[in-house]
Write a protein that binds this ligand. Structure first.
Ligand code: ADP
Ligand code: MG
Length: 697
């Protein structure tokens, strides 16, 4: 259980003085959480800084830079009643004069802020307007008392509707006052080497900086907090690993007859990369340690076949295998690929998703429990409590980032010393693998199956939509099929859903009922029906929100149109593009964007035009955007980091990992006095699940 010392930090934000229930909503938006807590605010890092230390005279102040200037108030000029002109206040110092400009402000209020004849301090930026110096809406107007309290450096947080900078500042001040002194958890040598402040000091420095370095990711304060976070994660990994090693592994060996039959039924030869990956997986399974391996490969690189061949080994050994996918569509599609191959080898296969109910479901559960079913493909339905295996040996998680650590753990507990294969079509750069999984083994399918044609990728402004529709029409007339993707940021985002529906309607005006629409709000049966009509060729255009992002395989589809490509992450665009270029005909991907494009969006589209190598794209993505997008954190329970930035703090990962390993080796139960600080920090970073492993033994 979380120590009581931390309770004030996990209390709702409304427990802070000055934060009423009305503020919950805007703070919730800022912090990305419906009922934000004090800790969420404290771990919300600033997005920028304003340096208030520059104190030039009016004449010295460089235009468009942040300054704090001392002025005397000379007089006011209010706009004539009823006119929308601004209120002007004339101020000056010995060096010159300046107009302070306010729109929509009450005269009484501004005269109170800037009383004629008095001295005041203005924080803001001076601009030159018609040769006149002016400051429009100063950030701050201070009297001597206010100036005394002014922070030399101010933090900036991204603002959301209903929340002013002052609200955040005051809430932060109250939150910081609650942070207790805590016993140190960072090993002394690291602490000394980094010359890091204590946890409490670090938080205060980041949010109430005295110098710019205090609040920068590269500064000592932020770096220390990042290390805390990385360390808590590495300790979690070390604890899980220690439990797994203790649980031991089991060797699964087979002569390979079943796998041979499957190979004989394949219409192709495995690529070299597939053979290498398969050999590594089989090696892991035959060893009497437990396997935890990542199989990375672009969409279409042929991971499923590798997983199936490895599964055949487990089944031949008289044990079972299971493949879990994040969506029903994907699970079904895996089944379709696998079923004929499994049949050729005489393996009984079942599908288990939320839609198998009643007698069907009961029969599958029986088959699994009795061991009759060798291989089951399914969704989250596989990890429900009443799913019992006779002897699960091999568990495969497809699109693993869509699942949380706990779900993977539950899956692995469905058998004894289960060997785990995590598959991902979103390649993860090596530094990130280390960060997220520790020393997990990894196999990569960089080589694509032979015969794949490159996808002709172009970016086109949305203004040319008419031409795009006409081009699609010509391709359809030649027998092609087309995906048309509209962005859906969140499943609940109704305006985006409306956009997809509207686009489908537009296209129906041209192409009649050749157009199908799939989105997240449809039931499973509706989605399947729409997908089936597209897969069978009855429908020629599939308008979709990103539900087609992973997995679906329609080789005849050779056109991919992505609307608002600027709103997608690089990895996501690459995955979407992977839906085409699967057959023997040349394919096209059109990235429709709305102008003006940001610099980042421009670079992203350029990279896509340049390469189809998912590993390179992942690396570029990391470089462009930091880690968030690579991981698709918004989609899933991937362990997201709030404080650590991979580009800045990535090199701390090996240190955090080594420190974690040493700590766990010395005190596996974290029971000693020296790990008191660490225990607190684990809860602080919400590693409660890992802490439960300790008491569970
Ligand atoms: P992934 O799961 O990595 O996205 P799949 O396993 O679904 O890729 O494979 C994509 C397609 O390529 C499938 O139709 C599969 O049968 C085919 N395929 C797999 N390996 C090869 C290969 N070595 N040569 C030719 N085609 C292959
Ligand atoms: Mg796949």
């Amino acid at each position: 259980m979380r120590p009581a010392l931390l309770d004030p930090l996990f209390a709702p934000l409304t427990s802070l003085a000055g934060i009423g229930p009305k503020m919950m909503k805007p703070f919730g938006r800022l912090l990305g959480r419906e009922a934000p807590r004090v800790i969420d605010l404290l771990f919300h890092m600033p997005s920028g800084l304003v340096d208030r230390r520059a104190r030039p005279t009016i004449a010295e102040a460089a235009p468009d830079t942040d300054v704090t200037i001392e002025v005397r108030v000379d007089g006011h000029q209010a706009p004539p009643p009823g006119r929308r002109a601004p209120h002007r206040t004339y101020v000056s110092d010995a060096s010159g004069d300046l107009q302070v400009v306010h729109f929509n402000i009450e005269r009484a209020r501004i005269e109170r802020l800037l009383p004629e004849g008095e001295t005041r301090w203005l924080c803001g930026r001076i601009t030159l307007y018609d040769g006149m110096r002016q400051m429009t809406h100063p950030d701050r107007i201070l009297d001597a008392a206010g100036l005394a309290k002014l922070s030399p450096v101010e933090t900036v947080y991204p603002l959301v509707e209903g929340l002013a900078a002052g609200h955040v500042r005051r809430a932060m001040e109250a939150a910081l006052a609650r942070v207790p002194e805590m016993p140190e958890e960072i090993p002394p040598d690291l602490l000394g080497a980094g010359d890091w402040p204590s946890f409490r000091d670090a938080l205060i420095r980041v949010h109430q900086p005295q110098t710019p370095a205090d609040a920068q990711p590269t500064g000592r304060a932020w770096t220390r907090l990042a290390f805390d976070e990385l360390y808590a994660h590495q300790v979690t990994l070390a604890l899980v690993r220690a439990r797994q090693v203790k649980a031991g592994g089991r060797a699964t060996r087979s002569p390979g007859d079943l796998a041979q039959k499957i190979r004989a039924a394949l219409p192709f030869q495995l690529t070299g990369a597939q053979e290498t990956a398969l050999a590594a997986i089989r090696g892991d399974m035959e060893a009497d340690t437990r396997m935890l391996r990542l199989l990375q490969g672009d969409v279409g690189s042929g991971k499923t076949v590798v997983a199936l061949l490895a599964a055949a080994g487990a089944i031949e050994a008289g044990r079972q295998a299971a493949l879990m996918a994040p969506t029903e569509i994907l699970a079904r599609q895996h089944l379709e690929t696998i079923a004929p191959l499994a049949a050729a080898a005489g393996i009984e296969v079942a599908l288990l998703t939320g839609r198998e109910k009643g007698r069907t479901r009961a029969a599958i559960l029986d088959g699994l429990q009795e061991g009759r079913i060798g291989l089951v493909v399914g969704t989250h339905a596989l990890i429900q409590d009443d799913v019992v295996f006779a002897d699960l040996a091999f568990a495969v998680v497809d699109e693993q980032h869509r699942f949380g650590v706990e779900q993977r753990l539950t899956f692995s507990r469905k058998g004894q010393a289960v060997d785990m294969l995590l598959m991902t079509a979103t390649p993860i750069p090596r530094t990130l693998v280390l960060t997220l999984f520790g020393d997990m083994d990894s196999s990569e399918l960089r080589e694509k199956p032979p015969g794949r044609l490159p996808v002709d990728t172009r970016s086109v402004s949305l203004e040319r939509l008419g031409e795009v529709v006409a081009a699609v029409g010509r391709a359809l007339a030649q027998g092609a099929q087309c995906y048309w993707i509209c962005p859906l940021v969140e499943e609940t985002d109704t305006s985006d859903l409306a956009a997809a529906t509207e686009r489908a309607d537009d296209l129906r005006a041209y192409f009649g009922d050749a157009v199908e629409l799939v989105h997240g709000r449809l039931t499973g049966a509706e989605k399947d029906a729409a997908m089936a009509r597209f897969a069978s060729g009855q429908a020629r255009i599939l308008v979709a929100t990103t539900v087609v992002e992973v997995g679906v395989n329609v080789p005849n589809a050779t056109i991919m149109v992505i609307e608002h490509a600027e709103r997608f992450g690089l990895a996501q665009l690459h995955q979407l593009r992977g839906r085409v270029g699967r057959g023997d005909k040349p394919s096209t991907c059109l990235l429709l964007f709305r102008t003006p494009l940001s610099e980042i969006a421009k670079s992203r589209l350029a990279i896509l035009r340049e390469t189809e190598d998912g590993f390179r794209i992942a690396e570029e993505d990391l470089r462009l955007r930091g880690e968030g997008d690579v991981l698709g954190t918004r989609q899933s329970g991937f362990p997201g980091f709030k404080i650590a930035r991979m580009d800045v703090h990535g090199e701390l990962v090996p240190q955090a990992r080594d420190a974690a390993a040493a700590t766990i080796a010395a005190d596996p139960e974290l029971a000693g006095e020296t790990t008191k600080g660490l225990r607190l920090h684990m809860y602080l970073h919400e590693r409660d699940a890992a802490m439960r492993l300790l008491s569970a033994g």
